[in-house]
Design a protein around this ligand. Structure first.
Ligand code: ATP
Length: 231
């Protein structure tokens, strides 16, 4: 039952004394899910429940059959995260070292991981990046490296929290195309509302509650109308 879905059951989350998610229930099983809403509506908080970065104060979060509270340590292998700023994610000086570290995180012994980094990069057509210093990559390239570093861990779900904010339009389009071709379930938070074309479902969060949930076009149209009306 619900083996491959992400479940939130009456989840309430408080941060800094405020309720940021208010009894939210969701069953997330579609392949492409978008999450929209104003700043501070609770989007980042919600997805952080899915890999154990935050824990629900009330209710239950279940990730592919694992209770998020009891099995928090196992969640990062199931749910890979990409954040807005690649500089917060990348820790090593070279591309190959960064990828090797990911492989190690996924359980590969260190020496093997160091060797395996190059073929892993080659699978994404980027083995020529191996020795490049990370600081010499462009913002788009850094974001691409973050995605490679997460995907080599073979998570079942990829969660991206505003990955496009610092990218120009061509780079964004390339990343969108990459994401579109992934076998993983994808959950995307973005303020660029055209990024959800072809998505199965969009959820609009407002003040810690689900304001609307359904087909992208309907939800985005309603959200735009709300914003234009001053919401
Ligand atoms: N570290 C924290 N400590 C206390 N409160 C926090 C913390 N991080 C976020 N919050 C609060 O939680 C609420 C929801 O924030 P969250 O980051 O989940 O919203 P968001 O929808 O992702 O916003 P944005 O679009 O700005 O990224 C906000 O009121 C915010 O002030």
């Amino acid at each position: 039952m619900h083996g491959d879905s992400l479940l939130l059951e009456n989840v309430t989350l408080r941060r800094g004394g405020r309720v940021v998610l208010d009894s939210v229930s969701l069953d997330l099983s579609e392949r492409r899910i978008g999450l929209i809403g104003n700043n501070g509506s609770g989007k980042s908080s919600l997805i952080r429940l899915l890999n154990g970065l935050l824990t629900a104060d009330e209710g239950r979060v279940v990730v592919h059959g694992l209770d998020a509270k009891e099995k928090a340590a196992e969640l990062p292998r199931k749910v890979g995260f990409i954040f807005q700023n690649p500089d917060h994610q990348i820790i090593f000086p070279t591309v190959a070292e960064e990828v090797a570290f990911s492989l190690e995180q996924a359980g590969m012994p260190r020496r093997e991981a160091a060797k395996e980094a190059i073929p892993a990069l080659a699978r994404f057509g980027r083995d020529h990046w191996a020795e490049r210093p990370v600081h010499a990559l462009s913002e788009g390239e850094k974001q691409f490296l973050c995605i490679i570093a997460v995907l080599v861990m073979q998570p079942a779900v990829l969660v991206l929290d505003e990955p496009f904010s610092s990218l120009d339009l061509p780079t964004r389009r390339r990343l969108e195309a990459l994401i579109a071709g992934l076998p993983q379930q994808v959950i995307l938070i973005a303020h660029e509302l055209d990024a959800f074309a072809g998505y199965d479902r969009v959820i609009w969060l407002h003040e810690g509650k689900v304001a609307m949930d359904g087909a992208p076009e309907a939800v985005i149209t309603a959200y735009r109308a709300f914003v234009e009306a001053g919401g």
